[in-house]
Design a protein around this ligand. Structure first.
Ligand code: SF4
Length: 400
């Protein structure tokens, strides 16, 4: 049976962080949360009914928002329903995101016993000053306790999310963050750069001169420090912002970066299935009123634009769809430090990479931004520092 990843969105948070524009909502009443949860379980059952016998899940990822804003009983019921309704492979990677301010040892033990084997903590920093500037609800001591409690509860596969380029952060503060994270022994570390999003309180502060962010050069120095320090400590960087111990790459996120099929359940969740993309309504109310993925899933299952074919996985796609899929391929696969093989591209689209992007790629290679060999195309370190402009140059100058 072919494989699929399942993403489940919990759109609630205790309080909005000052930088956050994710589809998450604070102050939602208990009744509205219950209505959402019932709709979510119904969507799980409906989509499992559509896929029954056709696909087996090898990853399940509960994200948000803050999944651990739910009580442990609700997360037990959610994962229990997923395991009961979907075909879930033996050894599947089952993850929940967690906010360190919402869990304790008993809660974490219940999640582990319910079937979660991986937990991803949004720590962001071990500096209380930085955490407060970001509007996080937890302290650094809570973050430390949560990671250690998760490991004591049985989680071998723990991720720590850190954020660089944030207010009040200097290179030495960041180096302490990295050292603290590694000292807790997680299997995986993510290190994303802060994206300043319009409309967030932090953006307003920045615009009004009330918040200062590290300069670009400092930001790059922090990135390089993370890359090097994590490598020295046994965490191999496999994606621009992710590093893991041997055997602990996030299998679910790898699906996003390799254009594998995944199904998104819950408000604002996105799916990629059979070469088609579809998504649920962003607002939980609208989603509850009937916005689940089952119908689009069924349509993609019955009429996929991809499938095994000697010409390539997406060879049946229309020219417009093909263009979009090629864009997705560049934006996802080039995030991997290993990049991709030219044969991956031709096996996917039925055309050689050099025929589609050759000229732009050669120009980028000449500038030291892209590495091109017979069996590998990937960003160079210089290219990683300019990821989006490099990808955009490739996509705006195709040869065909
Ligand atoms: S906990 Fe995460 S999703 Fe919730 S407000 Fe903070 S950054 Fe956003």
């Amino acid at each position: 049976m072919e494989k699929i990843g399942i993403y489940i969105h919990i759109p609630f948070c205790e309080r909005k962080c000052r930088y956050c524009d994710f589809p998450s909502f604070a102050g939602v009443s208990r009744d509205d949360r219950k209505r959402y949860f019932r709709a979510l379980l119904a969507e799980v059952r409906e989509c499992a009914g559509v896929l029954r016998g056709e696909r087996a899940a090898d990853t399940v990822f509960v994200g948000g928002g803050t999944p651990t804003a739910l009580d442990a009983g609700a997360l037990e019921e959610l994962i229990g329903t997923v395991l009961e309704e979907f075909s879930v492979r033996e050894g599947a990677e089952i993850t929940t995101e967690a906010n360190p301010g919402t869990v304790d040892a008993a809660y974490l033990s219940r999640l582990f016993r319910a079937g979660f084997g991986r937990i991803s903590f949004g720590v962001q920093s071990f500096s209380d000053e930085v955490l407060s500037a970001l509007g996080r609800i937890h302290t650094s001591a809570q973050a430390r306790d949560a990671v250690l409690a998760a490991r004591a509860a049985g989680f071998e596969n723990v991720n720590v999310d850190l954020m660089l380029g944030v207010p009040r952060q200097t290179l030495s503060v960041w180096e302490r963050d990295l050292a603290e994270a590694v000292s807790l022994g997680p299997a995986h570390v993510s290190f994303y750069s802060l994206q300043l999003e319009e409309g967030t309180p932090l953006y307003e502060d920045y615009r009004n001169g009330l918040a200062e962010l590290p300069a670009w050069d400092d930001n790059r120095a922090m990135y390089a420090a993370a890359r090097d320090f994590l490598a020295e400590n046994g965490y191999g960087r496999y994606e621009i912002s992710n590093a893991a111990r041997e055997g602990f790459r996030c299998r679910h996120n790898m699906k996003y970066w390799t254009m594998a099929d995944y199904l998104g359940l819950g408000s604002s969740a996105h799916s990629f299935f059979g070469g088609r993309r579809f998504s649920n309504p962003r607002e939980p109310d609208e989603y509850v009123r009937g916005g689940g993925a089952a119908r689009a899933l069924e349509a993609s299952l019955r009429d996929p634009v991809c499938g095994p074919s000697p010409e390539g996985r997406f060879a049946r796609a229309s020219e417009d769809a093909l263009k979009e899929l090629m864009g997705d391929f560049i934006f996802t696969e080039l995030r991997l430090t290993e990049g991709f093989a030219p044969s991956d591209f031709s096996g996917t689209f039925g055309r050689p990479f050099s025929d589609v992007f050759g000229r732009a790629a050669d120009a980028l290679a000449a500038e030291g931004l892209l590495f091109i060999s017979e069996d590998r195309i990937k960003l160079t370190e210089k290219g990683i520092g300019m990821t989006n402009p490099v990808m955009e140059r490739l996509l705006t100058c195709p040869d065909t």
